[in-house]
Design a protein around this ligand. Structure first.
Ligand code: BEZ
Ligand code: FE
Length: 291
């Protein structure tokens, strides 16, 4: 077999083709087609936008800053993926569930896995600041059967719209986070405070870029949940407060009609309190894949 001709004429018309021609020689067969598509689209963007070398340097500087903004408390790459709609699109493509099952939305950058498990009925508001909210519900399968012992992981912002890991000096560790286990009837209940909506962090490179573009950075008030049970697809989702004015312009495309709920006001005195009920419906895992 004669060797493929050496491309000496890399130009605008053949750039991604020349890249792709070299790939079959690479060792990893699955990687080659992925790289070919990525480079093809990258070259298309460059041909359309025609950046100068100094424009391109700015792009590289931005990406460098995104990396430097990440640490164990902050994930700026996740934020970039979320605000560009990439995370929501990936959820859409990967988690088409049967009708009636609770849909997934993005996990977001404020999730922590190392949270303590609490007895049902506990409060997750460790500083007691905010209007009381009682959350209760049930975890069931598509036929309405309870899923006993399902794990309910929850996390949320406080009444000012900040997560505990954004304010390590102001909020107690694990404030407004908890893991609960449903009882034998699939029921769960806990106490918290009513969360406020918030702007996605704009003190880093991603927020600054979008602010410069005039892009809306609001997230409507919500609670985050991850529901896990053996043999079922894990649900990673939000519940949204139906009274929030920003439901239609969520910065990360996470609002779905089935996840918008009325937070029912249960007192009329000077210390209002609220109640929220929801049934999580889990779909069976395909081929034993739960995640
Ligand atoms: C959140 O809801 O925690 C979140 C998700 C994506 C980007 C920023 C915040
Ligand atoms: Fe959130």
């Amino acid at each position: 077999m004669s060797p493929s001709p050496i491309a000496l004429d890399f130009n605008e018309a053949n750039s991604s083709e020349i890249f792709a021609q070299r790939l079959p020689q690479s060792k990893d067969k699955a990687l080659s087609p992925i790289l070919a598509v990525v480079v093809e689209h990258l070259h298309e963007i460059i041909k359309e936008l025609r950046p100068t070398p100094s424009d391109w340097r700015k792009v590289i500087d931005f990406l460098t800053e995104v990396g430097h903004a990440c640490d164990e408390r902050r994930q700026e790459w996740v934020l970039l993926s979320d605000v560009f709609g990439a995370s929501a699109l990936i959820e859409e493509i990967n988690s088409r569930r049967p009708k009636g099952a609770t849909p997934n939305t993005v996990r977001g950058p404020f999730f922590r896995a190392d949270v303590p498990e609490l007895p049902l009925g506990s409060t997750i508001s460790l500083d007691g600041i905010g209007e009381r909210l009682d959350v209760s519900g049930r975890v069931q399968d598509l036929d309405g059967h309870p899923i006993a012992s399902a794990e309910i992981v929850t996390w949320q912002a406080n009444a000012q719209g900040f997560y505990e890991n954004q304010q390590p000096d102001l909020q107690p560790e694990f404030n407004l986070r908890g893991i609960f286990r449903a009882d034998e009837n699939g029921h769960f209940y806990y106490r918290t405070i009513k969360p406020a909506g918030y702007g996605v962090p704009d003190d880093g490179p991603v927020g600054r870029l979008l602010r410069q573009a005039g892009y809306p950075l609001r997230r409507p008030a919500h609670l985050h949940f991850m529901i896990k049970a053996p043999g079922f697809e894990t649900i990673t989702t939000h519940l949204y407060d139906s009274s929030d004015q920003h439901l239609g312009e969520d910065a990360i495309f996470g609002v779905k009609p089935e996840l918008v709920r009325e937070f029912e006001r249960v007192s009329t005195d000077s210390a209002p309190s609220w109640r929220l009920e929801f049934t999580f419906v889990m779909a069976r895992a395909k081929r034993g894949v739960e995640g």
